[in-house]
Design a protein around this ligand. Structure first.
Ligand code: ARG
Length: 467
């Protein structure tokens, strides 16, 4: 074993046959991935057990050797789980760490495990299993976030708030409708997750180094044992591509981008100036110097995590860009990006679910803001079209004059007198005041997907049936 005690370091016990000398210390440092790929230990052991079982079933190794291998691997699994396992950097990666330990535990039978496989298909398998499991977790977490939003939407289907474009008051909407916008976004994220799981649901093991193998293996058997739909169909592609990892990172980036927009809104809404929401103590922090402060740190950190997740996507795209087929060691750089993003995304979704569930909605503040900024101007224009038969462009112009007058007087549209409105357009009657309230404005927007409470409730019911 390369323990570095002999005069020249001995060569690697796994591939060192043609090497007279061990690696330089720097070579060892740049080459080793055990520091991060030990995270794949459970997948590696599961894959090896399935492989050994298949080898025995096909008569490629004996049943006795298979039993020894499976028993040894189970022992290693508990050693790692209980923290007793000693990882060695000289053994490079998780695959060789496990195999070397197996040799110590069971002797020569360990050497038969690597028949008809290579670390190239082994790592493709381990990592794919890991990413698939992570996506299954993400799917559940998104479902919890969607459920939190559905509850808030139901509670606030009638709560009016200002709708914004350019962060300027545009038209009144309901808070329930705003919540449902996020349900749509996270619902699409979740369906991207489901599609990605479907794409990657093929077993890489048995592709071997790149060309397949002459041993009579049964790849359908290992695929089934490992919970994959079927084996991959091209051995070169199997060890070459990491698009399943890229897909994870792309989905994570889009989802993090959605989360960052929500985070930003929570930061804005929780300022004293907006005062639309009050964050729970559980999801905010105080200031060490200003006793009055309650800071939306969790939302800010969710907003920031998007940076590292997007960065990971670009990093791995850049690693993969221009790589010739099949395997190149560059691909070892795929894991840290994915591990880091997975951890960040999980935290961000969990924090957001907590914040959304726990925050207090200040309906009075939302309503007061909804009525300001001439938010019902479009309702006045629509009324002129409907009741006075004006073309919309003319109605827009008339309404603009009414807004200018209100602005000049420092009042809201509904506070102008009928006489003042009639001076702008003679056909205006007192019926117009019915549409100038924020409640009337939102109630009127019954088009499919619109902000009317009746419509929002329909959308909530639709989503409830799809959880
Ligand atoms: N640690 C390597 C990785 O993560 C495993 C595969 C090594 N294969 C090889 N041919 N050197 O990619």
């Amino acid at each position: 074993m390369g323990d570095g005690t002999s005069e020249t370091k001995s060569s690697n016990q796994m591939w060192g046959g043609r090497f007279a000398q061990g690696p330089d210390a720097i070579m060892e440092e740049i080459n080793a991935s055990i520091g991060f790929d030990k995270k794949l230990f459970a997948q590696d052991i599961r894959g090896s057990i399935a492989h050994a079982t298949m080898l025995a079933h096909q008569g490629i190794i004996s049943a006795e050797d298979k039993d020894k291998i499976v028993h040894g691997l189970s022992t290693i699994l508990s050693e790692i789980e209980s923290g007793q396992f000693e990882f060695s950097r000289q053994l490079e990666d998780i695959h060789m760490n496990v195999e070397a330990r197996l040799a110590t535990l069971i002797g020569p039978a360990a050497g038969r495990l690597h028949t008809a496989r290579s670390r190239n298909d082994q790592v493709a398998l381990d990592f794919r299993l890991w990413v698939k499991e992570e996506l299954q977790k993400t799917e559940k977490m998104l479902t919890a976030l969607i459920a939190a939003f559905l509850d808030r939407a139901e509670e606030h289907a009638e709560t009016v708030m200002p709708g914004f474009t350019h962060l300027q008051t545009a038209q009144p909407v309901t808070f329930g409708h705003h919540c449902m916008a996020y349900v749509e976004m996270f619902g699409r994220d979740r369906s991207r997750v489901r599609h990605a799981i479907e794409h990657m649901d093929e077993s890489p093991i048995g592709a071997a180094a790149l060309a397949g193998t002459g041993f009579p293996i049964d790849r359908h058997m290992t695929a089934k044992a490992l919970g994959f739909r079927e084996p991959t169909r091209n051995s070169i592609d199997t060890v070459s591509d990491r698009d399943f990892a890229l897909e994870f990172l792309a989905i994570a980036s889009i989802c993090a981008t959605h989360l960052s927009r929500l985070a930003e809104e929570i930061v804005i809404w929780s300022t004293p100036q907006f005062g639309f929401v009050r964050l729970s103590d559980a999801f905010s922090t105080g200031s060490s110097i200003m006793p009055q402060k309650k800071n939306p740190d969790a939302a800010e950190l969710v907003r920031a995590k998007t940076g590292r997740i997007n960065g990971s996507l670009i990093a791995l795209l850049t690693v993969m860009k221009g790589l010739p087929l099949a395997y190149s060691k560059d691909m070892q750089e795929d894991k840290e990006q994915v591990f880091d993003s997975a951890e960040s995304l999980e935290l961000a979704i969990a924090a957001m679910t907590g914040m959304v569930r726990d925050m207090t909605i200040r309906a009075d503040r939302m309503k007061a803001a909804a009525g300001s900024g001439y938010s019902t101007a479009t309702d006045l224009a629509d009324w002129l079209v409907r009741e006075a038969g004006l073309p919309f462009r003319d109605a827009h112009h008339v309404t603009g004059r009414a807004v200018a007058l209100a602005e000049q007087k420092g009042c809201e549209l509904a506070e102008l007198s009928l006489e003042e409105l009639q001076a702008i357009h003679a056909d205006i009657t007192d019926k117009v005041f019915d549409v100038l309230t924020v409640e009337a404005s939102v109630a009127s927007r019954t088009s499919f997907g619109g902000t009317a409470p009746s419509e929002v409730k329909k959308q909530i019911a639709w989503w409830r049936g799809r959880n």
